[in-house]
Design a binder for this molecule. Structure first.
Ligand SMILES: Cc1cc2nc3c(=O)[nH]c(=O)nc-3n(C[C@H](O)[C@H](O)[C@H](O)COP(=O)(O)OP(=O)(O)OC[C@H]3O[C@@H](n4cnc5c(N)ncnc54)[C@H](O)[C@@H]3O)c2cc1C
Length: 432
């Protein structure tokens, strides 16, 4: 097949998860021309909560209120963790750049800079996180103060039960009640998903009025109401405020199981916002191969549904994730990195990948697998040297971290993307 298009850019970002999206943003903000390629899977599954550093050591399941103290402890106990290569001010500056972008894209976040937050999940468990969508923040405050409260669900709604949340939280928040009401336009209580269509219904004032009429008779002495995270796709903060006005007391969203509306909101915010600042995106696409050109540029070959597109770039941010994202592949012979065939840190023997019990509190060694890097986040070759001068890795593909158990997924993705882009920008300056 002949080449349909050749694109030249400063930086190719491989991946459209939290790490890839953040990297594309940071690079575009620095005037770097960016092409981004990937399939937005992981981000769709996200809860919308941005974790920074919540649990350490994982085998003790010790939860921290102060993420920075947790990182200090991590640095002492696990110096190979990617966070050990970053300073607090680097991480703060990464969030300081991301959050205004998300705010302007219609997803304002709340946080306390020095503290983690605790948020209710759709199971009624409590999760340690860091940045919380503004639409959920009243839930953080309510969990701290436990006023009389009401959790609402809907007839026909799948995978979200107010009764279960209230039952699970009983000891922690005794004065919480559950109620089930009819969702606007669903008086028959037919099956309902906590997805895009349901969220869009609440964007109309008429639907909000109807929903408020359903909820109001049950409020009685409640001081706060929680509901599944379906308050609009766009401008959810405004949609929630309007609904709050209708019912007359503070309201908060509770993240639903993936794929959730907050994940869809993030995906859309990044896609629209990044294209607006000039990032050329190939979504639902894949890089098939990468090789070196004659002038040491990197040449990426893309699979774009019958069109052969070639991207020539000075640098690459590899944010291709782990097993689910597709950055790593596990076969009988071992775990390999799928694009550059970079060495992967992994347990010596396949039988050591997983522990016998799925829920073993120590986690599975395979979840520490990934790329080892230098201080600039450049993946290392077998000699322990940067494999390429201008290839950087960010996010969950990095070795020596179990982001899921440590509750550090987004923080790690955002801050390593920030560090990688800064390192690339510095090296790029030297080319001039
Ligand atoms: C169910 C679930 C819930 C989560 N909840 C939270 C939460 O509450 N809080 C939190 O902070 N984090 C959460 N996360 C984690 C977070 O969303 C990110 O998944 C994590 O931070 C890692 O992101 P990543 O960008 O490194 O990788 P991924 O999200 O896995 O993205 C990898 C990307 O690389 C692309 N890719 C791979 N190979 C290629 C190739 N050859 N060519 C082009 N593209 C390629 C993929 O298409 C994908 O876009 C959750 C994740 C999941 C799965």
């Amino acid at each position: 097949m002949s080449i349909s298009e050749t694109i030249q850019c400063d930086l190719a970002v491989i991946g459209t998860g939290m790490a890839g999206m953040s990297a594309a943003l940071f690079a575009a903000n620095r005037g770097v021309s960016v092409v981004q390629i990937g399939r937005p899977k992981g981000i769709l599954l996200a809860s919308g909560l941005l974790d920074l550093m919540g649990v350490h050591p994982v085998q003790e399941n010790r939860s921290w209120n102060d993420p920075w103290a947790a990182m200090d402890a991590l640095g002492r106990d696990l110096p190979e963790h990617p966070y050990s290569r970053l300073k607090k001010e680097d991480i703060l500056s990464a969030f300081g750049e991301l959050l205004p972008f998300l705010h302007d894209a219609g997803i304002p976040y709340c946080r306390r800079v020095e503290q983690n937050a605790k948020m209710i999940t759709s199971l009624g468990t409590v999760k340690t996180t860091y940045c919380v969508p503004k639409t959920m923040w009243n839930g953080v405050l309510a969990l701290e103060n436990q006023p009389k409260g009401l959790i609402v669900d809907f007839f026909g709604l799948k995978d979200f039960s107010a009764g279960r949340i209230v039952a699970t939280l009983r000891e922690r928040w005794p004065e919480l009640r559950a109620v089930r009401v009819f969702f606007p336009g669903n008086a028959g209580g037919k099956e309902l998903l906590a997805g895009e269509i349901t969220a869009q219904i609440l964007e109309t004032p008429e639907s909000r009025r109807k929903l408020a009429q359903e909820i109001k008779p049950h409020i009685r002495d409640a001081r706060v109401v929680g509901m599944p995270s379906i308050c609009g796709m766009r401008n959810s903060d405004e949609v929630l405020s309007e609904l709050e006005k209708e019912i007359g007391i503070p309201l908060f969203e509770i993240p639903t199981i993936p794929p959730s509306v907050p994940g869809l909101r993030l995906k859309e915010a990044f896609e629209v916002g990044l294209q607006a600042i000039g990032v050329r995106q190939f979504l639902q696409e894949q890089v098939l191969t990468v090789n070196r050109g004659d002038n040491s540029e990197l040449i990426l070959h893309l699979d774009t549904k019958g069109r052969k597109v070639v991207v020539q770039s000075q640098g690459v941010i590899l944010a291709s994730g782990r097993f689910m994202g597709g950055g790593l592949y596990a076969s009988r012979r071992g775990i390999r990195e799928t694009l550059f065939n970079l060495p992967v840190f992994q347990p010596g023997d396949r039988k050591d990948w997983h522990r016998k019990e799925l829920l073993d509190s120590r986690g599975h060694p395979a979840n520490q697998a990934g790329l080892e890097t230098d201080d600039l986040f450049r993946p290392l070759n077998n000699e322990g040297l940067p494999a390429f001068e201008t290839v950087f890795a960010a996010g969950s593909i990095l070795a020596h971290q179990d982001w899921m158990r440590m509750k550090c997924g987004s923080g790690l993705a955002v801050s390593t993307a920030h560090a990688s882009v800064n390192a690339f920008s510095k090296i790029k300056e030297q080319f001039k």
